[in-house]
Design a protein around this ligand. Structure first.
Ligand code: TYM
Length: 342
């Protein structure tokens, strides 16, 4: 049985990369699967967050999920800290995973910077909590952008090591020969890695100091159009096929964004725009982006006007998430040898 889980951090500005790399796929997967989508507030505080702003961002990510088309009634939408199984299982995984595994994570190295000794312990243990998010639901598939691939490999390693270390106890408790599934990453589509609009070698990120580097889901039509107009490009016309985008990261990125927003392939897009200058392509891209993102931003603003309604969605989702995770966590406690309150 497949079960989908994914998470988004409520930090900074939700942007086109989050939307095309993750949220659009969350929406598509709802059709045929049971889906659990989580606003990972506990991950957010691995680096300092201003409390009132964190609260606002949790609601904003929730609003973005719903505005993008995730159905919080048929599926589960909630924030991580409301379901204690995440923290409880993360502790157990902290004792299964090795420090060396954590030290090798490129996201940790990037975020910790030069002064590693001064990073929070939570930032180092981040992937262990992420494994707990996924495995608390025994999720089989996790849709993410390219940048989360290494973390998902670590989730597989943790599941494998738990299954091995506790193999005898797992069998003795009647769970067969493996307790946790070996989760499959779902990294698909033309937009698994959207790059900065200012620098084709950097990924679009919530924390880039330049707002012109990204299109925020909350941007209005004017802001979207202006950012695309100012996006960095080279001086050549567009090539006739995707092959010709090699070595042209900015052109590749803009064509990729067009393809993802329109549901076409890059080759399709270039059949239409090949040979044209950016002065012709950019306005078409801006129109398309405003067309696709405008309604999402508008719906987000409408939802954000009623925080009580958003909080009710989260509370309802948390109760249903808890009902799934609780028995799975109880099994883990039995396997490990803890005594539970019955
Ligand atoms: P986060 O909050 O940084 O990003 C949310 C999702 O957006 C994707 N993404 C991108 N995709 C394409 N191009 C980009 N420039 C881009 N930037 C971000 C991310 O890959 C992600 O899918 N660690 C996770 C959150 C998390 C999680 C989980 C994910 C916590 N627990 C369990 C899956 C399963 C993160 O920081 O995502």
């Amino acid at each position: 049985k497949t079960r989908i889980f994914s998470g988004v951090q409520p930090t900074g500005n939700l942007h086109l990369g989050n939307y095309l790399g993750a949220i659009v796929n969350f929406v598509a997967l709802q059709e045929a699967n049971e889906c659990i989508y989580c606003v990972v507030d506990m991950h957010a505080i691995t680096v300092w967050q201003e409390p009132a702003e964190l609260t606002r961002q949790i609601r904003e990510v929730t609003a973005a999920f719903v505005a993008a088309g995730i159905d919080p009634v048929k599926h589960v939408v909630f924030n991580q800290s409301q379901v204690s199984a995440h923290a409880e299982l993360a502790w157990i995984f902290n004792c299964v995973a090795r420090i060396g595994w954590m030290n090798r994570m490129t996201q940790f190295k990037d975020k910790a910077g030069k002064d590693k000794e001064n990073a929070s312990l939570g930032l180092l243990a981040y992937p262990s909590l992420m494994a707990a998010d996924i495995l608390a639901y025994q999720a089989t598939h996790v849709p993410v952008g390219e940048d989360q691939k290494q973390h998902l490999e670590l989730t597989r390693d943790i599941a494998q090591k738990f299954n091995n270390d506790y193999a005898e106890s797992i069998a003795a408790h009647g769970f067969g020969d493996a307790y946790f599934p070996i989760t499959e990453p779902v990294i698909t589509g033309p937009a698994t890695r959207i790059m900065s609009l200012r620098d084709g070698s950097k990924k679009m990120s919530k924390s880039d100091p330049s707002d012109y580097s990204r299109i925020n889901l909350a941007d209005d039509a004017d802001a979207i159009a202006q950012k695309i107009r100012k996006a960095k490009t080279d001086a050549e016309p567009l090539p006739g096929e995707a092959e010709g985008l090699k070595g042209r990261p900015e052109a590749d990125n803009l064509v990729g964004i067009y393809a993802a927003l329109s549901g076409l392939t890059k080759d399709d897009v270039l059949r239409e725009f090949g040979g044209q200058q950016f002065s012709a392509f950019k306005p078409a891209l801006a129109d398309l982006a405003v067309d696709k993102l405008g309604p999402v931003g508008g719906e987000m603003r409408r939802l954000m006007a009623d925080p009580g309604h958003i909080d009710a969605i989260l509370a309802d989702g948390a109760a249903r998430a808890d009902a799934i995770a609780r028995p799975i966590l109880d099994g883990v406690k039995d396997i490990v040898g803890f005594i539970r309150r019955k």
